[in-house]
Design a protein around this ligand. Structure first.
Ligand SMILES: NC(=O)c1ccc[n+]([C@@H]2O[C@H](COP(=O)([O-])OP(=O)(O)OC[C@H]3O[C@@H](n4cnc5c(N)ncnc54)[C@H](O)[C@@H]3O)[C@@H](O)[C@H]2O)c1
Length: 397
């Protein structure tokens, strides 16, 4: 089958949009189907709704071709040979995966599908969800081929990583697999064929592995700091020119919309017996309180004005989803006289210019090591807490 028209459900999101633009650049007509009207308006105006390396340039290139279309109307699904679904898959307030919500979205779109189409699931899903959706189509029609091809990019670098990383492909029949292979061989260098359940587990395990690795670094940092030892020196001694540990991450706030929730999805799948995953959660989610405790040992916070540098979930991006900096802020608000924030990518209530934060706060805490903060010199006399070790050395009290 010649693939010409692709629909991306959730196509205005962080994962959907870069892929939509790349496919449009490759010559496909791509319908972005998204319920976020505001993001679609921003796109129509030629701007990116979020930061993405190379995003604005590619958008300006593909928009005039007319091949990148945007709508909120699910009827557009009917026009496509392949429909890619990349809506969010959060865990609920009990950290349980919301299978029903995802299943319901697909079920609601089902009247717009027709025989012979391929539905490619690209969100990170609870293991077995693709099979359920495949069965739903088998049992009640139409005759849609279901594939599962997870996204593994690091947010903000999708345009480069979609091209450079191997793409995992899986499907429940040969037709679906052929379409998935045809589509992704247009944008990815290498394809890895596995069964759907293998692909679902592989994607979750990629994220869990990272989350647990961050937890190791964080726990080592806590352990050394509690012993009065500078962990930056320990890390250097542990990793420098030593191949067996050179990939050990540095400590920090391990946050964002994917790592914790995917670890919890795997934990739910493992009947909540995923000890390493839960232990990693305790360590990583405990880091903000650890930072506050370190400060309390060094100063009387009750009388102090605290400034947090950086509030996004990771450096050099504008995304605050599930950022642990807000947990840090809440904890500090319980202890300090006042807490203010700076972030080069954010503004609003509570945010101040960097110079004001540096001049007017008694305590400076690094939330996220944006490039603006790397090597930054803090005025003398401040109490500084820099878990990321990104500021200039020899400063503060
Ligand atoms: N963000 C990442 O870097 C990343 C990387 C790999 C995998 N993932 C996975 O990809 C999936 C999407 O993540 P994201 O960060 O792009 O989320 P996102 O919130 O940025 O994007 C999801 C998009 O889906 C839209 N949407 C939700 N429900 C819809 C519906 N019923 N109809 C039409 N549009 C709908 C939203 O408006 C939003 O634009 C998740 O499963 C996530 O775990 C994310």
């Amino acid at each position: 089958m010649e693939l010409k028209r692709i629909c991306i459900v959730g196509g205005a999101g962080h994962v959907g949009l870069p892929l939509a633009m790349m496919l449009a650049e490759r010559g496909f007509t791509v319908d972005i189907l998204d319920r976020n009207d505001a993001a679609l308006d921003v796109l129509r105006a030629g701007r990116m709704p979020f930061m993405e390396e190379g995003g604005e340039e590619l958008l300006r290139k593909v928009l005039p071709t007319g091949r990148l279309k945007m709508t909120t109307d699910p009827a557009v699904v009917r026009e496509a040979q392949a429909v890619i679904c990349v809506i969010g898959t959060p865990v609920d307030e009990h950290l349980s995966p919301d299978l029903v919500g995802f299943y319901r979205v697909i079920d609601e779109m089902r009247p717009h599908f027709r025989d012979g189409q391929t539905l490619i699931l690209r969100s990170t899903v609870y293991p077995g969800l693709s099979e359920r959706i495949h069965r739903m189509f088998r049992e009640s029609g139409p005759n849609v081929h279901v594939a599962f091809c997870p996204e593994r990019v690091a947010q903000g670098h999708s345009l480069r990583e979609i091209r450079d990383l191997p793409q995992i492909v899986s499907a429940f029949d040969a037709e679906g697999l052929a379409v998935a292979r045809q589509l992704f061989s247009e944008v990815a260098r290498e394809l890895i064929d596995v069964k759907p359940m293998e692909a679902e587990l592989a994607k979750l395990m990629c994220n869990c592995y990272r989350y647990i690795t961050f937890a190791i670094a964080n726990q080592f940092h806590m352990l050394a700091t509690d012993a009065g030892v500078d962990f930056a020196q320990v890390h250097r001694a542990t990793t420098l020119h030593y191949p067996r540990t050179e990939h050990m991450p540095r400590p920090g706030l391990a946050a964002g919309p994917c790592l914790l929730k995917d670890t919890m999805q795997l934990a739910a799948f493992a009947n909540n017996n995923f000890f390493l995953g839960h232990a990693a959660m305790l360590v990583n989610e405990g880091q903000p309180q650890f930072i506050v405790n370190c400060l309390k040992r060094r100063t009387e916070l009750r009388t102090k004005r605290v400034g947090i540098l950086g509030m996004t979930f990771k450096a050099d991006c504008d995304d605050t989803r599930d950022s642990l900096c807000f947990k840090l802020r809440k904890l500090l608000m319980l202890e300090a006289r006042e807490v203010v924030m700076h972030d080069p990518y954010l503004d609003g209530e509570g945010y101040l210019p960097l110079a004001e934060v540096l001049a007017g706060c008694d305590v400076i805490v690094v939330g996220v090591p944006h490039k603006e903060y790397r090597g930054l010199r803090i005025p003398a006399g401040k109490v500084v807490e820099d878990v990321w070790n990104c500021l200039a050395k020899e400063q503060g009290a």
